[in-house]
Design a binder for this molecule. Structure first.
Ligand code: ADP
Ligand code: ASP
Ligand code: MG
Length: 422
């Protein structure tokens, strides 16, 4: 008898019928003797609807109240799922984040989980109940409701699995696993049987929204066995078949199989580029520009500083689009004057495309293959950043799909390779 956490995303919870299917699936696992905790998201579209409502009242919604509103979608889901389970004769109980409690910091709309009290959940598990806990939300030390950022139910599920030392966390979603790239953009994308934790971390951080990055961080830190699989198969699929389907996140490189050089292509349109023109090229400039940005709690991703001409240079960096205007305001507000910079130019029409693979460590020429492929498509590269297992480029966003398809093909990801991600 294992302790298993299931997570169901918005599409999986998207209608009464789908919730009843989720209940059948969970009841099947319970009937096999497993101790079950289930973490559902809000029904699909619900979180967007709630945020849009808030924006009708306030264009820039008050973050505390926004979290109060946005967190309610999950409260509806847990109640409905508990009822659906009870209707099948499976004892179940639902909890919100604050009832558990799931404690977070106070960074509204992007809070981080600090700790999870497992006593209440364990008591219900001991009493034979399926415990259903809201995804996406928690409570800070002053008792304010917080949310964990879009897609945050993944993180709730893996964090709960870690807190309970669960045997496995199964992330049920609307695709049957992690693919070489988003199958909505490249229909030839292939499902990976396995992906290493490091690759999944890069894929998630570079824009593959199949898992929220913090969930992957939790999986790595606490060694949570995590699998991504489909919630859209018939709920009565034999349990053993279901338990081995999808994509497993692994922590060891399996050296017995030949490692593919590139495991996947990730992309995102969530960033914007800011260029501070004509800044004096002297020590302290990066700090004078990025210090106030950090003080404003804005995360910076890629940074590039050009060769100086006549002692002057241009300094560019990217931030999340949600924080683009705020970053521009910070720079115009005080930084420009202090450092005597020229114009500050913003460009939100960019995207980042990345190739990810631990095989890169032992192969040379991957970067040049990537650059050649993009040049053959006539795509200009604006920024580049690399790590041991990824190469990212910033390009004009109208070329995103073209670039993703071309790279997916150039790295042979559409071919049934022997052991991609194994
Ligand atoms: P959920 O509501 O279940 O959390 P999400 O929409 O957050 O589901 O994530 C699943 C979606 O992630 C898929 O429908 C797919 O379009 C997208 N996706 C992006 N990159 C990938 C990838 N590499 N593999 C699989 N799915 C991906
Ligand atoms: N409902 C939240 C969202 O739409 C959390 C999640 O789905 O993971 O972002
Ligand atoms: Mg999601």
């Amino acid at each position: 008898m294992a302790l298993i956490v299931h997570k169901y995303g918005g599409t999986s919870m998207g209608s009464v019928e789908r919730i009843q299917n989720v209940a059948r699936r969970v009841a099947k696992w319970r009937a096999a003797g497993h101790r079950m905790v289930v973490v559902p998201s809000a029904m699909s579209g619900e979180t967007n609807r709630l945020i849009a409502l808030a924006r009708e009242i306030q264009a820039q919604p008050d973050p505390r109240e926004l979290d109060m509103i946005a967190s309610t979608g999950e409260q509806v889901s847990v109640g409905l799922l508990a009822m659906a389970l009870k209707a099948l004769g499976t004892d179940a109980i639902s909890y919100t984040g604050w009832q558990v409690p799931v404690r977070t910091d106070s960074a509204y709309t992007k809070a981080r989980i600090l700790s999870i009290d497992d006593a209440r959940v364990r008591a219900d598990l001991d009493a034979g109940r399926v415990v259903i806990v809201t995804g996406f939300q928690g409570i800070d030390e002053l008792g304010h409701v917080t949310t964990l950022g879009r897609g945050g139910s993944d993180t709730s599920a893996v964090a709960i699995a870690a807190a309970l030392k669960a045997d496995e966390c199964l992330i049920y979603t609307d695709v049957d696993g992690v693919y070489t790239t988003d199958p909505r953009v490249v229909p030839e994308a292939r499902r990976l049987e396995r992906i290493t934790f490091e690759e999944m971390l890069e894929m998630a951080s570079l824009g593959s929204k199949v898992l929220q990055i913090r969930s992957v961080e939790f999986a790595g830190k606490y060694r949570v066995k995590t699998r991504v699989l489909s919630s859209l198969t018939p709920p009565d699929v034999p349990l053993q078949v279901e338990a081995n389907s999808g994509t497993l996140i692994t922590f060891e490189e399996d050296t017995s199989m030949e490692q593919a050089v590139i495991s996947g292509i990730a992309f995102n349109r969530d960033e914007a580029k800011i260029t501070v023109m004509n800044v004096p090229d002297r020590p302290g400039i990066a700090f004078q520009i990025l210090g106030p940005i950090a003080d404003a709690n804005i995360d910076v991703d890629m940074i590039i500083q050009n060769q100086s001409v006549g002692g002057m240079t241009d300094f560019s960096f990217t931030v999340h689009r949600n924080e683009y205007q705020k970053a521009l305001d910070v720079l115009e507000g005080k930084v420009r004057e202090t450092i005597k910079a020229g114009d500050i130019v913003g460009d939100p029409k960019i995207c980042k495309v990345s190739a990810v693979g631990i095989g890169m460590r032992s192969h040379v020429g991957i970067a040049s293959q990537m650059f050649r492929t993009l040049s053959e498509e006539g795509i200009n590269i604006q920024m580049i950043s690399t790590s041991e297992i990824k190469i990212s480029v910033v390009i004009e966003d109208k070329y995103m799909e073209l670039a993703v398809r071309a790279l997916h093909k150039a790295f042979g990801l559409d071919q049934p390779a022997a052991a991609i991600g194994a």
